[in-house]
Design a protein around this ligand. Structure first.
Ligand SMILES: Nc1ncnc2c1ncn2[C@@H]1O[C@H](COP(=O)(O)OP(=O)(O)OP(=O)(O)O)[C@@H](O)[C@H]1O
Length: 248
């Protein structure tokens, strides 16, 4: 009798993903034929010089932008082949996204901003889980403040709590430590590790920070829209050396 290993479906990924902006002289190939499979429960950092295509790749993988060619997989669904309505539903049910610019609604309090995705999905609030998320992110005494009354780092953490509150399978974060000091940034990275290791959530984070990337268990290095290195258990020294070489 033969035993076949169960195949673990990637949480998400891309196959021959290409994104072209503009046309003619103004055409930019932001992502060029990228194929990657992201394991469920893993923590991946996407790194590379400015303009290398990190945000574009992440926006396409999260269903926020349509690829020009290729496939974008979330579980067994190919977002590139689905109508917008179905993509929106998958995004709402399975994906959390932390934007570089936070995207908080200015007229809502921190708590209202965090709970908005649940409200939009018509889902009940699990108060215990909500308290756990805001407590882990140090936001408990800031919940009645509006974004303009919060520091950049606090707004960043509200955006992260908003992405977490629906318990998404996959969390995309664009420079999540960008607005944070060392201590708060470290706490956030440790929290993301807990989300992947203990809660089985899949984390994909764009970062410029080699130290932040060392908290991930994999680093994808982008250059001119291509993945040029795929590093398991990245160290800050290893990715810094790579980035310096890419800049030379
Ligand atoms: N909406 C757009 N229209 C035209 N070109 C775009 C658009 N968005 C991105 N680009 C171009 O695509 C390329 C990749 O941009 P992208 O923002 O993905 O890079 P990045 O690696 O995330 O950069 P950074 O680290 O500076 O945020 C760049 O040359 C950029 O100018």
């Amino acid at each position: 009798m033969t035993h076949t290993q169960p195949t673990l479906l990637p949480a998400c990924g891309a196959q021959h993903l290409t994104k072209v902006y503009g046309s003619g002289d103004r055409q930019v190939v932001a992502v060029n034929d990228v194929s990657v499979a992201i394991r469920p429960g893993s923590f991946t950092a996407i790194m590379g010089p400015s303009g290398s295509g990190k945000s574009t790749l992440m926006h396409c993988m999260a269903g926020l932008d349509r690829p020009t060619a290729g496939s974008v997989l979330v579980g067994s669904d190919d977002l590139a082949r689905l109508p917008e309505k179905a993509v929106t539903r998958i995004r709402r049910d399975k994906i959390g996204f932390v934007f570089q610019s936070f995207n908080l609604l200015p007229t809502l309090t921190a708590e209202q901003n965090i709970l908005l995705p649940l409200e939009l999905a018509g889902k009940k609030v699990d108060r215990q889980f909500f308290q756990q998320v805001v407590g882990s992110l140090g936001l408990t005494d800031r919940l009645t403040h509006r974004p303009s009354q919060l520091s950049g780092g606090q707004q960043q953490r509200v955006a992260i709590a908003r992405a977490m509150v629906t318990r998404p399978e996959v969390i995309f974060a664009d420079e999540p430590t960008g607005a944070l000091d060392l201590k708060t940034g470290t706490a956030l990275l440790e929290y993301l590790q807990v989300c992947s290791k203990e809660h089985g959530q899949t984390i994909i984070m764009v970062t410029h920070d080699a130290r932040a990337a060392s908290y991930a268990d994999r680093a994808l290095m982008l250059l001119d829209g291509h993945i040029v290195a795929d590093i398991e258990n990245p160290t800050a020294e290893g990715v810094s050396a790579f980035l310096q070489q890419a800049a030379a």
